[in-house]
Design a protein around this ligand. Structure first.
Ligand code: OOB
Length: 542
């Protein structure tokens, strides 16, 4: 197995420890400490379950022992694909306790993505829910095992069907006496996937615990806070900004919402006295609309976080008057750096910027295309390094060479302006991905799938502005002979086992792509020019 590593240079690591950013703690220790300090306090609410901190710990330890009894060995990687149910947290804390490595997949992922994660991580286990949102994950497990035979163990939260149910693990094996080391990789998170398939992001106990503990402080979390996990909790935003882990770190309560829709989330806010939650911009728009005449009492909500994609100032301005709470913009990335507007910032900053970094140790560069720093307020490429930003992806030399500078800065691909005080305004991005309501889609990956269709000669996928999604995906397709029906091409894409959000929203057939005199053009220029021409024809600005 390729070892998991995330290594900062010694001098920086020493600085991060000395400054107290890295606190030499592990996930298991954190849960044990909290359960010892306030065993009976409710940690987690979901469905009909209400678990105290002591109960969450007991369940995690039971799962840890059961997974080891199944035959998984410390160090093994386990793909976790669970929706927002309490078992998400008992499972991942169980994995940490058994020194197994979770690989986080989103409920929307399908065979293409899951098989990729399982192969890249060399996973031996797969933990899923029985069904969620009308989809049967046990059937996906069948397909995964047919494709990646190394995945020997499937465990199902709910009705196991042909597989082992989580509630029915074998009698627990002895747990490892030693905790992981704080500098060990705790889990693999997945990247937004700006080029090609998602990369795996190794995060250590030290760096991740720092990021959510500091986030919890910035977001004002305390024992009386109630965090609603509305977005899929496997994503970095609801997981750690401050998310469910930040809430547990603060001794607060986590409420799992099975869906982010106002119909499901509003009654939970009212019933549980939710004080803070996080949304992507399209959902925030939906909530603003629904809140205007809801019968549910939302007055407990103090902070609405919005991030994952750009929240436009006009919508941002409406949060306080409509919801009666503070907006907090969150601009983060699974690779590390997270920026927040602070709760007491002036309204212009809250509405008009995407916040500033968590830490004074976050080093931020804004560079022109030649690599020179731009003046304050000017547009440039964002690069960063710091105490919770990775230095390398797992098992991907090509991506590492492209995404990191020799002195360890991560090239975010985002184009920003930096204002006085370090506040960042996201202007766009340099890479060709589509940010569809916070879900990142690689143009390249989708073009590749389109080309697999017999009636597709060539395809270029671009983002188009969309009032609701922020961006939607549009595939320009040169047919090979008779063009297929757009609906048939979409069905073909779904049949490839891709997450549904990656199926192009719009397909436009064209006769040819323009070429330069030499007869070729970079994919990047091609996408840009197709997008420009289309928008000009529509009379919309790019
Ligand atoms: C979050 O993480 P990822 O890894 O899914 O996506 C990161 C990318 C950023 O590089 C940027 O392009 C975009 O998503 N993004 C934003 C944004 N927040 C993220 N673009 C504009 N405005 C924002 N507020 O999306 C993520 C991770 C942790 C916290 C929040 C979001």
């Amino acid at each position: 197995m390729i070892p998991l590593r995330q290594i900062w240079p010694d001098n920086l690591a020493a600085r991060y420890r000395a400054a107290g950013y890295w606190r030499s703690a592990t996930f298991s220790q954190m849960l044990r400490d909290r359960a010892a300090a306030h065993p009976d306090r409710i940690a987690l609410v979901g469905g009909t379950e209400r678990w105290s901190y002591a109960e969450l710990l007991a369940r995690a330890e039971r799962i840890a022992g059961g997974l080891l009894a199944l035959g998984l060995k410390p160090g093994d990687r386990v793909v976790v694909q669970l929706p927002n149910i309490p078992e998400f947290l008992s499972v991942v804390f169980g994995l940490f306790r058994a020194r197994l490595i979770p690989v986080y997949a989103l409920p929307a992922h399908r065979l293409v993505e899951i098989a990729h994660f399982a192969r890249k991580a060399e996973a031996r286990g797969y933990i899923v829910a029985d069904r969620h949102d009308g989809f049967d994950y046990r059937a996906l497990a069948d397909e995964l095992r047919a494709e990646v035979s190394a995945v020997e163990h499937v465990v199902v939260a709910g009705d196991g069907g042909p597989y082992r149910a989580l509630a029915d693990l074998p009698p627990p094996a002895a747990l490892p006496a030693e905790d992981a080391a704080p500098s060990d990789v705790a889990f693999l998170q997945i990247s937004g996937g700006s080029t090609g398939l998602s990369k795996l992001i190794p995060r250590t106990h030290d760096d991740y615990i720092y990021s959510f503990a500091a986030s919890a402080e910035i977001c004002g979390l305390g024992p009386d806070s109630v965090y609603l996990a509305a977005l899929p909790v496997a994503h970095n935003f609801p997981m750690s900004s401050p998310g469910v882990f930040g809430a547990l770190h603060a001794g607060a309560r986590v409420v799992m919402s099975p869906s982010p829709s106002p119909e499901v989330a509003f009654p939970l806010i009212a019933r549980e006295g939710v004080t803070i939650t996080g949304l992507v911009p399209p959902l925030a728009l939906l909530w603003l609309q629904a809140a205007a005449n809801t019968p549910h009492d939302l007055s407990s909500l103090k902070v609405l976080q919005v991030g994952g994609a750009k929240f436009m100032p006009e919508a941002a301005r409406r949060v306080r008057p409509v919801l009666g709470c503070t907006l907090q913009q969150v601009f983060g990335m699974a690779e590390g750096l997270v920026n927040y507007t602070r709760l007491d910032d002036p309204e212009e900053i809250i509405v008009g910027t995407q916040g500033r970094p968590i830490s004074e140790a976050d080093e931020v560069l804004v560079l022109d295309d030649a690599g020179h720093p731009v003046a304050e307020g000017e547009v440039g490429n964002l690069l960063t390094r710091g105490p919770y930003t990775i230095r390398a992806y797992h098992n991907d030399d090509v991506a590492n060479a492209r995404s990191f500078t020799p002195d360890g800065y991560y090239r975010t691909g985002d184009v920003v302006r930096r204002l006085p005080g370090g506040y960042l305004v996201v202007q766009g991005r340099a890479t060709d991905h589509i940010n569809r309501a916070g879900e990142k889609i690689s143009a390249e990956e989708i073009e590749d799938h389109l080309q697999a269709h017999a009636q597709v000669f060539d395809a270029a996928v671009v983002s188009l502005p969309d009032d609701y999604l922020g961006e939607r995906s549009c595939a320009f397709v040169i047919p090979a002979g008779d063009p297929p029906k757009a609906a048939a091409l979409k069905a073909f894409m779904r049949g490839r086992g891709l997450a549904a959000f990656k199926v192009p929203d719009q397909i436009i057939f064209v006769d040819a792509f323009e070429t330069t005199a030499v007869g070729k053009v970079s994919r990047k220029e091609l996408r840009a020019s197709l997008r420009r021409r289309f928008l000009a024809e529509q009379g919309t600005r790019a």
